[in-house]
Design a protein around this ligand. Structure first.
Ligand code: OAD
Ligand code: ZN
Length: 247
């Protein structure tokens, strides 16, 4: 039996989640890892094998839109072949049980929505959409789509994701900050907690007396500051948490 399975979930974590009126969650690539989608900063992480400045910046898209699209089509193929895992499903269950719930995700794979989560803020966008670089109109991508132009204004379409050096959409950011500030229970799962502004959400929750729980395979800059940290795979730990809280 692995340590994940024997580690007990502290009573305080169970009680705080049971009693919470408003639950908010922040997820990162670790939550999709067990669906076979590579993370960014692990040993086989995307940023170990690819240079972000050549693929995930506005400058990269200006220089070589075909290359950028090719890379996103490759990532979209991986995502299309993947399915939600036990961690996504546990988060759907938490949403069903909590009186109020918001799921903030850095993931662009759309798997939370596919699993059935409803209140989802995709703060870094979604790989399955393209956005016009001129008028911001968005379209859902199909497998046949190559490099396309906007049907409304003729500008090039780009992946609808946030690139390095870009700001998050102000309305989504505002709703995320509000959800963190209002949460009685703030769960951070599968993120290295190094990318701003997402990583500041846990601090905002903590400053507003929210109970902060981290679930992650490895220690992060948040681990020592969270109210509780449960090490392990999200696909193991989150279902166990749900089971303990709502048995
Ligand atoms: P990272 O790759 O930085 O971090 C993933 C975290 O998940 C690491 O701390 C791993 O230890 C942990 N992990 C891996 N497998 C896990 C599992 N099965 N269960 C639980 N934890 C696991 O990914 P993010 O934190 O999501 O930005 O990265 C944040 C942002 O950086 C991404 O959204 C992306 C990237 O550049 C954009 O694309 C804008
Ligand atoms: Zn347009």
């Amino acid at each position: 039996m692995s340590a994940d399975q024997t580690d007990r979930i502290p009573d305080e974590v169970i009680k705080r989640l049971q009693d919470a009126s408003r639950v908010a969650v922040l997820t990162g690539a670790g939550v999709s890892a067990e669906s076979g989608i590579p993370t960014f900063r692990g040993e086989d992480g995307i940023w170990k094998n690819y240079r972000a400045e050549e693929l995930a910046t506005p400058g990269a898209f200006q220089r070589d839109p075909d290359l950028v699209w090719e890379w996103y089509h490759w990532r979209r193929d991986i995502v299309s072949a993947a399915s939600p895992n036990a961690a996504h499903r546990a988060l759907v269950r938490i949403e069903e049980m909590a009186p109020a719930f918001v799921l903030i995700t850095q993931n662009v794979d759309g798997l939370h929505l596919e699993a059935g989560s409803r209140e989802v803020l995709e703060i870094h966008g979604n790989l399955r959409r393209a956005r016009c670089s001129g008028c911001d109109d968005t379209v859902h991508l199909t497998d046949e789509d190559g490099l396309i132009e906007c049907g409304k204004c003729g500008f090039p379409m780009r992946p609808d994701v946030i690139w390095f050096g870009e700001e998050l959409a102000p309305d989504i950011l505002e709703r995320s900050f509000a959800a963190a500030a209002n949460a009685d229970f703030f769960l951070v799962a599968g993120t290295s907690s190094v990318v701003q502004p997402a990583s500041s959400l846990a601090w905002i929750a903590g400053q507003n007396n929210g109970f902060v729980l981290e679930v992650n395979l490895d220690p992060t800059p948040l681990t020592g500051h969270a109210d509780a940290a449960l090490p392990g795979k999200a696909g193991d730990v989150l279902p166990r948490l749900v089971e303990e809280v709502w048995k």
